[in-house]
Design a binder for this molecule. Structure first.
Ligand code: F6P
Length: 319
């Protein structure tokens, strides 16, 4: 192996730059050349390449977003697109490709792997909805960002004795919603993985208001419904004046937390080391502090469950 490629794909996540830096420098340290593809699989198809050097990835470990840019490629979902991608990789003499992204991006990587091409995935998404790693790159930062926003909302909520319905990201998964809810001390959390009863929610709000709670917070993952729809369904707010807020893409921005910068650095290095050991068609992850690999499809074939104890904790602590 002489030269590897790297790309970021799907939604950006804080820490992706730290992962690019780590992949690049670990590869160079081991005598490999590194090529970056811009705009994910789209850039691969279009031959939008930039050479990456130890100095070109300097000063990026702390930066949010991705210097390689990212995209959700429609073309790469089709078999013709994947075959064309393979031709490009051969054209540039690239011996293996590192894909940093979520499960959609890993599926594209898996398609390349099925054609016999060596790929390795680094899980990067704020959703944390991938098996094979306790945390995906970007999740911790997004939780902290959501928490900071919710803490600011709490100030105004308690001053005005209001209820805030806070919509967080997560179309299919409630990891971010649940983590933010526990950290912020929210009264209620709504996640796509679990059914909820609107009456139960109203009762809880009544109880909170009756016992003199100055404010209440409900965290709703976007995959359940929008905060605005929830507000329309919530006929009875238990006495609170309700307001809605959508945190949106704010959650994907900003510098990575130290946890994410370290995680991305370890996974980036681990990915290159795995390739050097001859592993391919795998993802790297961190489980109980150790860097491990699993077949890449493990990320979506194995179910990663929400922690039931954390769900109960929201109920217990939000009385
Ligand atoms: O997958 C990451 C994510 O931020 C999801 O939480 C969210 O539903 C989605 O991306 C939003 O995607 P886009 O930026 O393309 O609207």
């Amino acid at each position: 192996m002489k030269r590897i490629g790297v790309l970021t794909s799907g939604g950006d996540a804080p820490g992706m730059n730290a992962a690019i830096r780590s992949v690049t420098r670990t590869a160079i340290y081991n005598g490999l050349d590194v090529i970056g593809f811009r705009r994910g699989f789209e850039g691969l198809l279009e031959g939008d390449v930039i050479p990456l050097t130890a100095s070109s990835v300097g000063g990026i470990i702390h930066r949010g977003g991705t210097i390689l840019r990212t995209a959700r490629s429609e073309r790469f979902v089709k078999p013709e697109g994947v075959r064309e991608g393979l031709l490009r990789l051969r054209e540039y003499d690239i011996d293996a490709l590192v894909i940093i992204g979520g499960d959609g991006s890993f599926r594209g990587a898996y398609d390349l792997h099925k054609l016999g091409y060596p790929v390795i995935g680094i899980p990067g998404t704020i959703d944390n909805d991938m098996a094979g790693t306790d945390c995906t790159v970007g999740f911790d930062t997004a939780c902290n960002t959501a928490l900071q926003c919710i803490e600011k909302l709490r100030d105004t909520a308690s001053s005005h004795e209001r209820l805030f319905l806070v919509e967080v990201m997560g179309r299919h998964a409630g990891f971010l919603a649940l983590e933010a809810a526990v950290a912020a001390g929210a009264e209620y959390v709504l996640v796509p993985e679990k059914k909820f009863e609107i009456d139960d929610l109203c009762k809880k709000l009544h109880y909170a208001h009756q016992r003199g709670k100055s404010h209440s917070l409900i965290i709703v993952a976007e995959g359940v419904m929008s905060a605005s729809d929830l507000s329309s369904q919530l006929k009875d707010t238990g006495g609170y004046d309700a307001r809605i807020i959508v945190l949106g893409h704010i959650q994907r921005g900003g510098s990575p937390s130290s946890f994410d910068a370290v995680l991305a650095s370890r996974l980036g290095g681990g990915a290159v080391e795995a390739l050097l050991r001859g592993e391919a068609g795998v993802m790297v992850g961190r489980i109980s502090g150790k860097i491990v690999t699993h077949p890449i499809q493990y990320a979506w074939e194995e179910k990663k469950d929400l922690d039931e104890d954390m769900m109960s904790l929201v109920d217990i602590l939000g009385i």
